[in-house]
Design a protein around this ligand. Structure first.
Ligand SMILES: Cc1cc2nc3c(=O)[nH]c(=O)nc-3n(C[C@H](O)[C@H](O)[C@H](O)COP(=O)(O)OP(=O)(O)OC[C@H]3O[C@@H](n4cnc5c(N)ncnc54)[C@H](O)[C@@H]3O)c2cc1C
Length: 481
């Protein structure tokens, strides 16, 4: 284990790093690929439960030490600087440019994955969606509880905003009785020093910090996993490449791939893993952004935050999220509604390897085959009408902002909710992994990220974290025999 003091670059040593050379000499009990929502949750749960019992855990992360926390926790990145920083093509790669059917797709390679910039909205999946999961609903609720506690999910983030109350009551009176403040992973609980929080917005880096407080683990950054190694139907380790393209074999009894919905099937397909559902059943939300203005007459003078969620139901196959936006006018303010429409999982919506394009690590690029079914297009139509109704319930008038249409259908992949490409399920023909996230037919090889979600009815991350914690418990259980 490399200590902070032993690192060559002390400026980058706020988290202990281990050279790949050293990791290649270690036999790990568990190796995790990717440090985003899924990878961070697995790591935290394993460290939390194993403590110092001699188990060896390694974490392989393709990205660098970009930020030590969520971008919103850094004052220097306020005032719109965070968005500009993250939009840097060195940080957010718009890989959708080469994917005509999934043209909004982005890739963020960094310690913490996309959780260093996510919006922290953390609802549970609606029950009618959960009922289709292979995990019993009561077990899901149990793991949701653990995930919410670990991520500091607050149920009422902005309880004192009177503007929020006015908009909520307009929605509730005008046909949306279930409109509510969204649960959000932001820690505003008082501490022994009062309400003091340097790290209020949750990111997966908080998982890494909590894990380190429980037991040591080895972490390599700028380390790209390119293949999973198997021996006689069992996971055996990972082939990893450094920035200077040296190859290392890291051995482990259990391998967890948490590299994101597009990257996880890419690694598995590049490893020749034979489960036929890998890459299939890709889902995302159909996403519409609507912009409007509302008169400020009748509101208190001070602009306060608005954040409202109207969750998907069995009869309304879309979710609405409503936000306020500053307008340079004393008479009016901006309102944004994000609509997220249900997309049915279909085998033909899938990720494959591009036989003609190979990246600098020798790994074939992803191809994404993705179209909307007739059912999906009907949802988009209903959602468009529903958004108009919600704007009118608030008393807002649709206007175009930022040169975009008033109601703008965003390109697939643009909302960062893509999921399902290694979905869990009992039937190997329609799911890449079993109900615990283990790849069908390969003992000790697990997936734990958005790719495991078989259906998507709301923002994905809380469900991914809950399932990842459950997968960690399974690994712990299996290791004890
Ligand atoms: C601006 C923004 C706002 C969002 N808002 C919300 C929200 O409010 N609510 C919500 O639920 N979700 C939101 N999301 C989505 C949320 O961030 C994702 O659902 C979540 O991070 C997905 O977790 P993951 O583990 O699947 O992938 P990621 O968090 O992307 O983690 C994948 C990790 O794998 C690493 N990696 C990739 N390839 C390799 C490789 N070959 N070898 C090693 N490591 C690799 C990456 O660097 C990364 O660390 C938002 C995302 C963005 C960008």
């Amino acid at each position: 284990m490399t200590t902070l003091a032993g690192l060559e670059d002390p400026l980058n040593s706020w988290i202990p790093l281990t050279p790949l050379e050293e990791m290649a000499r270690t036999d790990y009990d568990v190796i995790i690929v990717g440090s985003g929502a899924g990878g961070g949750a697995i790591l935290w749960r394993l460290c939390e439960r194993w403590r110092n019992n001699g188990m060896r855990i390694g974490l392989i992360e393709a990205g660098d030490l970009l930020l030590p926390t969520h971008m919103n926790n850094l004052a220097i990145l306020s005032g719109g600087r965070a968005e500009r920083f993250m939009a840097n093509p060195e940080i957010t790669r718009r890989i959708g440019k080469t994917l005509p059917e999934f043209s909004g797709a982005k890739q963020v390679l960094a310690l913490g994955g996309r959780t260093i910039q996510w919006g922290n909205v953390t609802p549970r999946m609606p029950l009618h969606i959960l009922e289709q999961y292979p995990v019993p609903p009561n077990e899901m609720q149990f793991y949701y509880g653990i995930a919410e506690q670990a991520m500091n999910v607050m149920k009422s983030f902005i309880p004192n905003s009177s503007l929020q109350h006015v908009i909520l009551s307009r929605l509730r009176i005008n046909g949306y009785p279930e409109a509510a403040a969204p649960p959000i992973a932001v820690d505003i609980k008082p501490t022994q020093f009062g309400v003091v929080h340097s790290n209020a917005y949750f990111s997966s880096i908080a998982f890494l910090a909590e894990a380190l407080n429980r037991m040591p683990f080895d972490l390599a950054v700028n380390a790209r996993a390119v293949q999973v190694l198997t021996e006689q139907g069992k996971a055996a380790g990972v082939r990893v490449m450094s920035l200077d393209k040296k190859t290392y074999i890291v051995h482990a009894k259990t391998v967890v791939i948490s590299a994101s919905t597009l990257e996880t099937p890419r690694i598995l397909l590049n490893s020749g893993i034979s489960s036929s559902a890998i890459g299939r059943f890709l889902i995302d939300h159909s996403a519409i952004r609507g912009t409007a203005i509302v008169s400020r007459k009748g509101f208190p003078e001070i602009l306060e935050p608005i954040s409202i969620i109207i969750q998907e139901t069995k009869d309304r196959p879309y979710q609405l999220q409503i936000f306020g936006r500053e307008r340079p006018s004393h008479e009016e303010m901006g309102i944004i509604i994000q609509g997220y429409g249900l997309v049915e999982p279909r085998a033909e919506n899938r990720i494959t390897l591009d036989p003609y394009r190979i990246d600098e690590y020798g790994v074939p690029a992803v191809q994404v085959h993705y179209t909307y079914s007739q059912k999906d297009l009907n949802v988009i139509r209903k959602m468009t009408a529903g958004m108009r109704k919600a704007f009118s319930a608030i008393g807002a008038t649709l206007v175009s902002m930022d040169g975009q249409p008033e109601l703008c259908l965003r390109p697939p992949g643009d909302d960062n909710h893509e999921s399902g490409s290694c979905r869990i399920g009992d039937d190997p023909a329609t799911s890449a992994a079993d109900r615990y996230g283990q790849i069908h037919g390969v003992s000790g090889l697990y997936v734990a990220d958005n790719s495991v979600l078989p259906f998507l009815g709301t923002n994905p991350t809380l469900t991914t974290v809950a399932l990842a914690i459950r997968t960690a418990d399974r690994i712990i259980h299996r290791a004890s025999y």
